[in-house]
Design a protein around this ligand. Structure first.
Ligand code: GLA
Length: 724
C-alpha cells in the first residue's frame, strides 16, 4: 500500500512487514526517511536531521546552512556535483559541458498494479491488486531534465522494486553519464556486505566483508552480468545470521555491465547504489527523448539471510519467471555435451534416446556441434543450418526417431556469437563487435555478433526461426561463451559509441522476446559457459539457467549455496554427470536441488548405476513440488563448514520436509547432529527412511544424529519427513 500525507509531504510505501518512507523536504529535496521493519508512524522528519562538517559540506543558500546539506542528508536519489560528495546515482552532462545535476520534487502519481518497463525485463504482477506503484516526478530546473523515480511495493510479499526514467525536457541535447536504478541511504554502517564472486566453473560463491569507510562494491564490465560478480548484494546487520536479524537484499534485473557500490561516509551512514556500470556508458538524449533504467529489486527482512532468500525465491517464481513452464512440470532431460562434446551423429543420439527412455527420462538435448561444419569450437557460429554429414537425413529425421522412442527433443544455440570461420562472417565482415582501426581480441575462437543492430538480429532470428518452425523442438539452450572486448558497432556514430554495451543488452532482450513470443511452447534454458549470465534479466525469458559447467557434486555445493542466496531451486540447472569423484547417489542428491537432469552416456552405465538412476528419477517426481515451490532452508553452509553441508525444503503448510546432508571431507571424530528449520515445533513428523517419529521441536532443537550414518568423503543422505 502507498499513501501520501500532503501536510507532512511524506510518502509511505508498505509491504506486509516493511515500510519505505520518503519525505519531500525544504527546497523540494527528495529524502529517504526510513527503510526497514513495518512502522505505523507517518512523521519521521526527525530522521533527516544530520550534523554536517562545517564548510566542507556546502549547502543550499536558501536553507539555514546548519540545518541541511545534500552531503549528509539521506538523499533518495543522489545527484552529481551539487554538494553531495558521496557516490552519485545520476550525472547528466548538459550543453554547457558540465555534469552538475540537481533534481527536485515536482509532483507524483500513485496507481494500482505495476507498469511494464519494456523493452527491459522487470518483475510483473499477475493481478493489479498484488501491488501499488508510485511515480515521483522530479526536475533539474537548469537543464529541464525530468527524472521519474518509479517504485512498486507488493501487498503480499516484502519486496520493493525501483527504476528511473529520464526525459530531456530541455531545449538542448544532454548526455546521461550515470544513471543508477536505485540509491538507498541507511543511517548506519553497522553492516557486513555479502556478494557473490566467482569464475567459470565456480560461480556465485558467497563472500562477506565488514563495511568500512569509503567505497566498496562489485561490478562487471564484461558485457554480461558475468561469472565473476553477480548483480546481487546484501547488507547483513552485525550480529544478524542466516536465521535472524536485519538483511537488506538488492538485485538488478539486468544482464549487462552493472555496478553495485556501498559508501560509508564521514558521518557513519551507508549509501548503496545499483545500476548500469558507468564505465564506458553514456546515453545521448535529444529534447523529448527518454531513457529507462533497468529495475532493482529490494528486499528487507529481520529474518536473516534465509528469510531474505525465501522472499526473493517466492517473488521470482510468481512474478518474474513467465510462460508455459512457470508452473508446468519441466521435462527431465539428458544433455549430450559432457558425454560426446562435438562427436555425435544420428545413430549415437538415437541410442542415447532409447536408453534414456528406458530409464524414465523425458527429453534428449543435442548440445553444441549440430550446425555448419562444426566438429570443434573453431568455426561455424552464425551458420545455423544443420550439418547433414553428422545428422544424416537431416534434423527432422533425428527428431522423428527421438519422438517415436517417446522423448521430447531439445537443441543448443549460441545466437549472439560469430566464428571468423563461418559463412556468416564471410558474407558480413562488419557484423561482429569491433572498433575501427584496432584488432579484436578472440575468445574461444569466436567474436561476438553485433546484436545491437536490427539487421543482424533479423538475420539470426530468421535463420533460427526456420529451424525451430520446421522441426518439433521442445527446448532451447541459449549459450553465450565469451565476454565483450573492443566494444563497438559499425553503425553507431562516434558520439554515441558509449551506448554500445546497453544497446547490445537491449538487442539480446529483443531477440529473446521475439523467440519466446514466436515459440511459447519451447522451454528456454539460459547458459553462458555455465552460469555466466545467471541474473534476473535472463530469468524473465528463460525459467531455468545452467548453473555451472562444473558438475562435480562437491564443487557444486558452494555454487548452489551461493546461487540460492537470491535465486530459487526451480531456476538452477543441475545435472548428474559422469564426472569425477563422488558416487551416483550423491550426484543425484545434489542435482535434485535444481531442475535435475543427466549429462552422461546412458549406453555406458553399469547395472548398479542404472538402478540408482531409476531411484533418482523416482525421487525427482516425488519431490518435484516440494523442491520447486517449497521454502528453502540452508542448514549448514559449505562456505563456513569445511567438512559437511546440508539444506532442506519445507512445504508452505509445513507438513512435509526434505533434508539433504553431504559430507564434503571426512572429519576425524566426526559428530553430526542435523538440525532442521522451518518446521512446526508442535507437530510430529515421521521420517520415511528410518520410520521414526519425532517432534518438530526435536528435529529443530536437538537435531537428528547422523554421526554414524554418513561420514566418508562424498557420502550423502536425503531424509523425508511427513507430518503425522
Ligand atoms: C558452454 C556450456 C556447455 C556446453 C558448451 C558447448 O560451455 O556451458 O554446457 O553447452 O558451451 O560448447
Amino acid at each position: 500500500m502507498i499513501t501520501y500525507n500532503s501536510s507532512e509531504r511524506i510518502f509511505k510505501l508498505d509491504t506486509p512487514d516493511t515500510s519505505y518512507i520518503i519525505g519531500i523536504g525544504a527546497e523540494d529535496y527528495i529524502l529517504n526517511l526510513y527503510y526497514g521493519a513495518y512502522l505505523p508512524d507517518i512523521n519521521l522528519w526527525a530522521n533527516a536531521e544530520r550534523i554536517k562538517s562545517a564548510s566542507f559540506s556546502p549547502a543550499n543558500p536558501h536553507i539555514p546552512h546548519e540545518k541541511f546539506s545534500t552531503d549528509v542528508a539521506p538523499m533518495e536519489y543522489s545527484c552529481n556535483g551539487s554538494g553531495d560528495f558521496r557516490i552519485s546515482a545520476i550525472a547528466v552532462r548538459n550543453s554547457d559541458g558540465n555534469s552538475v545535476t540537481d533534481i527536485r520534487y515536482k509532483g507524483h502519481k500513485i496507481s494500482k498494479g505495476k507498469p511494464s518497463i519494456a523493452p527491459l525485463p522487470s518483475v510483473y504482477v499477475n493481478d493489479e491488486s498484488e501491488a501499488d506503484t508510485l511515480e515521483i516526478y522530479a526536475e533539474d530546473k537548469v537543464t529541464g531534465v525530468e527524472v521519474t523515480l518509479i517504485y512498486t511495493v507488493f501487498n503480499n510479499i516484502d519486496a520493493v522494486t525501483k527504476s528511473v526514467r529520464v526525459t530531456n525536457g530541455g531545449k538542448a541535447p544532454v548526455d546521461i553519464e550515470r544513471i543508477f536504478s536505485t540509491c538507498l541511504d541507511l543511517p548506519t554502517m553497522d553492516f557486513d556486505l555479502i556478494t557473490l564472486y566467482g569464475r567459470h566453473m565456480k560461480e556465485r560463491c558467497r563472500e562477506q566483508r565488514r563495511l568500512a569507510h569509503g567505497i566498496q562494491g562489485v561490478a562487471s564490465k564484461r558485457g554480461s552480468s558475468s561469472h565473476n560478480q553477480n548483480p546481487f548484494a546484501a547488507l547483513l546487520r552485525h550480529g544478524a545470521t542466516e536465521d535472524n536479524g536485519d538483511a537488506y537484499g538488492i538485485n538488478l534485473i539486468y544482464s549487462g555491465n552493472f555496478e553495485f557500490s556501498a559508501e560509508c561516509d564521514y558521518s557513519g551512514t551507508t549509501r548503496m547504489i545499483m545500476g548500469i556500470n558507468p564505465t564506458d556508458f553514456s546515453w545521448h538524449l535529444e529534447p523529448d527523448e527518454s531513457f529507462q533504467s533497468p529495475e532493482a529489486v529490494h528486499v528487507y527482512t529481520n529474518e536473516g539471510l534465509g528469510g531474505m532468500s525465501r522472499i526473493y525465491h517466492r517473488l521470482y517464481i510468481n512474478n518474474l519467471v513467465r510462460g508455459k513452464y512457470k508452473y508446468e512440470k519441466r521435462p527431465l532431460l539428458i544433455n549430450s555435451w559432457e558425454a560426446c562434446f562435438f562427436d555425435f551423429d544420428t545413430d549415437k543420439l538415437v541410442a542415447f534416446a532409447k536408453n534414456a527412455k528406458e530409464l524414465g527420462m523425458d527429453m534428449l538435448v543435442m548440445d553444441d556441434g549440430w550446425f555448419g561444419k562444426r566438429n570443434d569450437d573453431t568455426n561455424s557460429l552464425g551458420d545455423w543450418f544443420v550439418n547433414e554429414n553428422k545428422l544424416k537425413g537431416g534434423l527432422s529425421k533425428l527428431i522423428e526417431q527421438v519422438n517415436d522412442i517417446g522423448l521430447k527433443f531439445g537443441i543448443w544455440y549460441e545466437p549472439e556469437m560469430i566464428s571468423p570461420d563461418s559463412e556468416l562472417f564471410r558474407a558480413h565482415p562488419d557484423w561482429y563487435v569491433h572498433v575501427p582501426n584496432r584488432e579484436s581480441s578472440i575468445g574461444r575462437n569466436q567474436y561476438v555478433l553485433d546484436v545491437s543492430r536490427e539487421d543482424v538480429r533479423d538475420n539470426i532470428f530468421n535463420q533460427m526461426y526456420s529451424v525451430l518452425s520446421e522441426n518439433k523442438i521442445d527446448y532451447l539452450k541459449w549459450d553465450f561463451n565469451r565476454n565483450i572486448s573492443e566494444a563497438g558497432s559499425a553503425l553507431l556514430p562516434a558520439e554515441r559509441s558509449k551506448e554500445f554495451f546497453h544497446r547490445f543488452v537491449l538487442g539480446t532482450y529483443d531477440l529473446m522476446d521475439r523467440f519466446t513470443k514466436a515459440f511459447p511452447d519451447i522451454l528456454f534454458e539460459n547458459c553462458s559457459g555455465g552460469g555466466g549470465r545467471f541474473d534476473p534479466g535472463m530469468l524473465y525469458y528463460s525459467p531455468q539457467i545452467w548453473t555451472s559447467d562444473h558438475t562435480d557434486p562437491i564443487e557444486r555445493l558452494t555454487i548452489q549455496f551461493g546461487t540460492s542466496l537470491c535465486y530459487p531451486a526451480s531456476t538452477m540447472g543441475a545435472h548428474v554427470s559422469a564426472a569425477k569423484r563422488t558416487g551416483f547417489e550423491t550426484k543425484g542428491n545434489v542435482a535434485l536441488w535444481g531442475t535435475f537432469g543427466y549429462e552422461l552416456d546412458p549406453t555406458k552405465l553399469t547395472e548398479d548405476d542404472r538402478q540408482i538412476i531409476l531411484g533418482q528419477i523416482n525421487d525427482y517426481h516425488k519431490y518435484y513440488d516440494l523442491i520447486h515451490y517449497g521454502d528453502l532452508y540452508r542448514l549448514i553452509d559449505p562456505h563456513t563448514d569445511h567438512f559437511k553441508c546440508a539444506w532442506s525444503f519445507v512445504s508452505p503448510d509445513k507438513k512435509e520436509a526434505l533434508a539433504t546432508a553431504v559430507i564434503m571431507r571426512e572429519n576425524f571424530c566426526h559428530l553430526f547432529f542435523l538440525k532442521l528449520k522451518g518446521l512446526d515445533k508442535d507437530r510430529m513428523y515421521r521420517c520415511e527412511e528410518t520410520g521414526e517419529v519425532y517432534s518438530g521441536a526435536l528435529l529443530m532443537n536437538s537435531g537428528i544424529n547422523l554421526s554414524r550414518v554418513i561420514w566418508r568423503d562424498g557420502e550423502s543422505k536425503m531424509l523425508h519427513f511427513i507430518a503425522e
